[in-house]
Every structure is written in C-alpha cells, then in structure tokens.
Design a protein around this ligand. Structure first.
Ligand SMILES: [Cu+2]
Length: 133
C-alpha cells in the first residue's frame, strides 16, 4: 500500500516539473454584435492563448475549454470593477463576460494546488489580459 502511494506521489511530482512559459498572443476583434470573443484552451498547465489583448469599454467574452478530464482547473481574474472566479468543466465550455473599465495589464491564473506540489499558477498556468485604450 505505502509503496503504491509513494509510486503515485513520485509519478505526480515528475509530471509537475514547471514548464517554460511561452507567450501565445491573441489580439481580439469585436464580432458583429460588438463583443470581443476569445476562445481559450485550459490544459495542464497552460492557457492557450495566454496573452490576450482587448479594448477598454468593449464587452469581452472568454470562452474556456478545459482540456483535461481528470485534473481540475479554474480561472481567476481581478481587475478594476471585474472579479472573475470560475471552475472549468471538461464537458462544457465556460463563458465569462465582462467589460474592461481601465487600461492596464492584468494577470489571470488557475489557483488549483495539490497537496505540497507547486500551484498550477507556479507551473505556468497563467496569462496576461492587456487592456488597451
Ligand atoms: Cu489548473
């Protein structure tokens, strides 16, 4: 039993070595209905895209698709007038809507963490939302 537990912990620790964070940029353009829609893949341990550029004062809709069935993921985003915290579902897209009110660069991330392992954010599951004038 203890051997199995140790083997599982070893396997998990090897699978969570932090990867390199590489920028995957997406510049949003409003759809016909005036909404800036961005489709984001959320996997272990990344968002794709992970650098999203949107315009201030124009509604944004993030459409999140969780890639992994087993490992839970979420998205947390705090910016002036906007507070997002959504659990992601492997079966269904999760849509997050808000209108950015201030220009700036804001980090979004997954705050999941398993036992003593590094958080998903530390493993590279974060990104930047850049709001431009
Ligand atoms: Cu995560």
């Amino acid at each position: 039993m203890i051997v199995k537990v140790l083997a599982l912990l070893l396997a998990l620790s090897l699978s969570v070595i932090p990867g390199e964070w590489k920028e995957k940029r997406y510049v949003a353009r409003p759809d016909e209905d005036g909404v800036q829609r961005v489709r984001i893949k959320a996997g272990s341990y990344y968002y794709d895209p992970n650098y999203i550029v949107v315009k201030m004062g124009v509604p944004v809709e993030l459409i999140l698709i969780r890639e992994s069935a087993v490992i839970p993921h979420n998205i947390v985003l705090e910016m002036p007038g906007v507070s997002v915290r959504e659990e992601l579902d492997p079966e269904e897209e999760v849509r997050v809507r808000f209108t950015p009110k201030e220009v700036g660069k804001f980090e979004f991330y997954c705050d999941k963490k398993f036992l003593f392992f590094p958080s998903h954010r530390e493993k590279g599951m974060w990104g930047i939302l850049e709001v431009t004038p």
